[in-house]
Design a protein around this ligand. Sequence first.
Ligand code: SF4
Length: 399
Amino acid sequence: MSDRGAPLSVYVHVPFCTVKCAYCDFNSYANLEDEIPAWETALVEELRLWAAASAGRPVPTVFFGGGTPSLLEGEAVQRLMDQVRTRWPLDADAEVTLEANPESVSAERLLKYRAAGVNRISMGVQSLQPEELIFLDRIHSAERAQEAFRLLRDAGFENVSVDLIFGLPQQSLGSWQDTVERVLGWGPDHVSAYALIVEEGTPLASRVARGEVRPADADVVASMSEWTELRLERAGYRQYEISNYAREGHECRHNLAYWRHAEYVGVGPGAHGFVNGVRYAVERSPMRYAQLLAPGRPGSKIATPAAVSQETVDADTAAVDTFVMGLRLNAGIDVDAFVREFPVQWSRWEAVVEWATGVELTERSGGWLRLTPKGRRLADELFVRIMEPALIEDRPERA
Ligand code: SF4
């Protein structure tokens, strides 16, 4: 299942935020900045243990996600990048992404990130409408977001992504269009546009349950999604995944590795990883995480002391993962290559693929199977049918 000489991406989870947004179910915590030094010490140990289990594998991408990685001082990012470089051969053209929020970027910090080797910034803007930013608990203003984008360009970042969220309760198509048009005016290299999901256990879900907030109308969300695809394509951003658009050559290589079922080391509280054919999840509590990685605690052959669950990926799970993740991409799945890799599994999905193609959720052309525009809108329902009865629980963190 694993190829010990294959590329290995590195994901670093930074679980610290200034405030916890009402809709967020990522493993992130407000008011825990005092824990950053202990987190960094533990992370260095975790990297050391994983490097021992994957020595020599080339690293094509590194991703600092969260949480709010832009809360880290430049020196901390430098030290962690030094660790990655020391432990693995980092590709000369490696993509190194750091997620940032507008309120925590400064010219000085950005220059240090660049010096550390960060060459791509993904900034969480979400909206440029004041009332929507308040609803989402975002602490930046539209003006601050625009200023932060200018700081990124001034610092020399030539690969900048902007994250946006649509489908907010009471959001009109016009207000979403206004946000997108203004962001396009900045000229980002990549745009991620996510439909808001009311995640269980979040304050937003409680407000919905109490009837204080009514989720957005599905038809309005669908029209926002359709408009976004057309508008971004027209502006020169090619959709390459359900929620992701890029100017040519600016697709996120790190996320593409996930969608192509490549292996990656995930470190930091709540991270997930996939190394040597084993998927694992890391302890979520930053404090407990730091305790588990105290020096001297032995790791095992396949995981560190901070891995709270691990599962060897068998051929069946690998086939489901490859199929579902591949369908997320606009390029779709090369059916012949898939059948060669997983000969016994294809028959299992023939019926659902036939059904999905019949109702125009998927289409086949030139040997590839891909989602139609309608399929992208109903992808979650389709994936549930495809995955059943297999259950995939662990997905990479994203903020
Ligand atoms: S949405 Fe981003 S900034 Fe807000 S709490 Fe979650 S990780 Fe932090």
